[in-house]
Design a protein around this ligand. Structure first.
Ligand SMILES: Nc1ncnc2c1ncn2[C@@H]1O[C@H](COP(=O)(O)OP(=O)(O)OP(=O)(O)O)[C@@H](O)[C@H]1O
Ligand SMILES: Cc1ncsc1CCO
Ligand SMILES: [Mg+2]
Length: 287
């Protein structure tokens, strides 16, 4: 086959794969709207409002219940558990561990956001302990995923990343291999890996970094997507990342800055339809 023909075939295959990913994304969002999964969120105080509104906007039911005493009654009722260590304390860490163990025992997915993992010994140890409890998906920024994969304190700026997501691809792959979790890294390009294949989701706008807890909220969204498609967590994670990014792109059109984008993001998520998803989703295999 000639080189131009080979290139044409490669382009055709890539376009077909992208189209299939867009359709998958639309299907999973439709399932969330139909099934309205209940998501228990043990998350940080900063993110509670935006994460709950993100879940409601796509049709899921958020429940921000984090008391240890409530876990035996409540966790059996949920469709997925979301754990985020953003404003960690020893009390809430205990509740996180008990809830994660129970979710695993009950066969329910749990999704982990290791905010600022490389910032302090207490936080790093807590994150490494939680990883041993077998999360279905881990989603962090570049610095968080690099710190976890090296199991060491590292270059980071609190909850903000000092790394590009693409710089964390190898770290994400080795973390996925070591833990058995699907690992997602957000940034200019979001990536998702099971340790072998790497999928890129290329939606979103830079201004999303200027709204606190957008990362926490997209992890909550991943939990809702995995809740309705628990046997395909890599697809569910890529779809959630793309959907959140598309909502950011649409919301940016008449935003004046981060505050109006925050409002528009929720409106766009709520109004997202098949046409917008098929037109805007940019998910492609990177390897
Ligand atoms: N440069 C960028 N261009 C486009 N989208 C971006 C960019 N940077 C981040 N995003 C998007 O912003 C959202 C949050 O990602 P980010 O990596 O900032 O998470 P985070 O650092 O964990 O945030 P937080 O801790 O505030 O919750 C994701 O949906 C991501 O795709
Ligand atoms: C700013 C901040 N600090 C702890 S959690 C959080 C929200 C973004 O991760
Ligand atoms: Mg974060």
């Amino acid at each position: 086959m000639e080189k131009t023909e080979q290139n044409q075939e490669k382009n055709y295959n890539q376009q077909t794969q992208s189209q299939e990913w867009s359709e998958k994304t639309n299907d999973i969002l439709s399932k969330v709207r139909q099934k309205t999964p209940l998501i228990q969120c043990i998350t940080n105080y900063v993110s509670m409002d935006l994460a709950a509104n993100t879940l409601l906007a796509v049709g899921a039911s958020p429940a921000m219940l984090h008391a240890l005493e409530e876990i035996p009654d409540f966790t059996p009722q949920i469709d997925a558990l979301y754990i985020n260590v953003g404003t960690l304390s020893s009390t809430v860490l205990q509740a996180m561990k008990v809830a994660a163990e129970l979710a695993v025992d009950l066969g329910k997915p749990w999704i982990f956001d290791p905010v600022a993992a490389g910032c302090s010994g207490f936080r790093l140890r807590a994150c490494l302990d939680l990883l041993l409890l077998k999360p279905t998906v881990v989603r962090g920024n570049g610095s968080e995923i690099i710190a976890l994969s090296r199991a060491s304190l590292g270059d980071t700026k609190g909850a903000d990343s000092v790394h590009e997501s693409m710089d964390a691809i190898e770290a994400a792959k080795s973390l996925a291999q070591a833990t058995g979790a699907i690992v997602a890294v957000t940034g200019a390009v979001d990536i998702v890996t099971d340790g072998k294949q790497v999928i890129g989701a290329n939606n979103g706008v830079q201004m999303m970094q200027k709204i606190t807890a957008t990362g926490c909220s997209v992890t909550a969204l991943i939990a809702a997507f995995v809740a309705v498609d628990p046997t395909h967590p890599i697809e569910a994670a890529a779809a959630a990342l793309s959907v959140f990014g598309i909502a950011g792109e649409l919301g940016m059109k008449d935003a004046k800055g981060p505050a109006s984008l925050r409002v528009n993001l929720i409106d766009s998520l709520h109004g997202l339809d098949q046409v917008s998803i098929l037109q805007h989703a940019k998910i492609t295999p990177l390897s």
